[in-house]
Design a protein around this ligand. Structure first.
Ligand SMILES: NC(=O)C1=CN([C@@H]2O[C@H](COP(=O)(O)OP(=O)(O)OC[C@H]3O[C@@H](n4cnc5c(N)ncnc54)[C@H](O)[C@@H]3O)[C@@H](O)[C@H]2O)C=CC1
Ligand SMILES: O=C([O-])CC(=O)C(=O)O
Length: 336
């Protein structure tokens, strides 16, 4: 029997990440070629013409599983009856702005979008926040959508996981598909902790620990971590634009594995820390290793955490707690 269409909204749809992402979704690479998609694209009014151009291009791709395309600048229209919300649009950091200024600007956007999802989206909606600061924006949207289960909110750290996986693959002399169980802990920021200590590499047909395949613990404890932490900044410096093709690929990976299933593979997702077994404070959107089946993620529990790793897990949790506190205080002041 044919599947019923899935209604998917992408915000920031006229931006550079979306330009790569929309085709992945429309072609069926994310939810499956047999899954019809009603695609909804939201952006700000100034981008209306650009949005219309993207609609024309999507039509011109003649994708069989793309059932309909709607472009709108009306948030209510965009979020009504939505199954999947990919929140890419955000206020970018401008020259001279502190991180807290950006947090404050985005707190307002994600408060409004959370509240709207709460009233007009399906209660089963799955929300992926990409716009930075992604973890804290996600926390805010979740807070203002109390009738949607907390587990339905996630933020993107899959790009960091893919970056880390590629670094391990290059160092071990294998292709990326031979590397598994690389984890990103914490915030999508320079405090994130890329962790290869539980990783595996399939080398010449045999599965070995990533640390053995790499055979350079000093690198795993230093340059590997900083390269992944600073990769976004390195791409920005080179391209004069932030990562877009790789971000879109990672969004597709995240959505596919969450909604369709990860088939036992570990993936990293920033999700609610409530009930975790790693001592991460409750109430944060923190990246953990998870497995997913049909829209439900489960944290991979029971991993041994060394003292080296524990310290790193704490640093990134402290940064997230600080961001959450700042955003909450800002929103309280704004509504007083
Ligand atoms: N979590 C992650 O791994 C990554 C996150 N990012 C973040 O993703 C976001 C988007 O990046 P790009 O596509 O490169 O930016 P972009 O500036 O090319 O596009 C953003 C689009 O969002 C729109 N927008 C802004 N506020 C909006 C709102 N309230 N509602 C709807 N649309 C809105 C803008 O008009 C613009 O068209 C940025 O915040 C960036 O920092 C980027 C790469 C990786
Ligand atoms: O720094 C940015 O704006 C883009 C980003 O999040 C990344 O590339 O990881």
């Amino acid at each position: 029997m044919a599947k019923s269409p899935m209604r998917v909204v992408v915000t920031g749809a006229a931006g550079q990440i979306s330009y790569s992402l929309l085709a992945l979704i429309a072609r069926g690479d994310v939810f499956g070629r047999d899954q019809p998609v009603d695609l909804v694209m939201l952006d700000l009014p100034f981008a209306k013409d650009a949005l219309e151009g993207v609609v024309m291009e999507l039509q011109d791709c003649a994708f069989p599983s793309l059932k309909s395309v709607t472009a709108t600048c009306d948030q209510t229209e965009a979020f009504t009856d939505i199954d999947v919300a990919v929140l890419v649009g955000a206020f970018p950091r401008k020259p001279g702005m502190e991180r807290n200024d950006m947090l404050a600007k985005n707190a307002e956007i994600f408060k409004a979008q959370g509240a709207l999802l709460n009233t007009v989206a399906k209660k089963t909606v799955k929300v992926l926040v990409v716009g930075n600061p992604a973890n804290t924006n996600c926390l805010i949207a979740q807070k203002y959508a109390p009738t949607i289960p907390k587990e339905n909110f996630s933020a993107l750290t899959r790009l960091d996981q893919n970056r880390a996986t590629a670094q391990i693959a290059a160092k071990a002399g294998v292709t990326s598909d031979k590397v598994s169980q690389i984890t990103i802990w914490g915030n999508h920021s320079a405090t994130q902790y890329p962790d290869a200590w539980h990783g595996k590499v399939n080398k010449d047909g045999a599965e070995v620990a990533a640390s053995a395949a790499v055979n350079d613990d000093a690198w795993l404890k230093s340059d590997f971590i900083t390269t992944v932490q600073k990769r976004g900044a390195a791409v920005l410096a080179a391209r004069k634009l932030s990562s877009a093709m790789s971000a879109a690929k990672a969004i597709g990976d995240h959505l596919h594995d969450w909604i369709v299933g990860s088939e036992g593979r570990w993936v990293s997702m920033a999700i609610t820390s409530d009930g975790n077994k790693y001592g991460v404070p409750e109430g944060l959107i923190y990246s953990f290793p998870v497995t997913c089946e049909a829209g439900v993620w489960t944290v991979v529990n029971g991993l041994e955490i060394s003292e080296f790793s524990r310290e790193k897990l704490t640093v990134t949790a402290e940064e997230l707690s600080g961001e959450a506190k700042y955003a909450a205080e800002f929103l309280e002041k704004a509504s007083a």
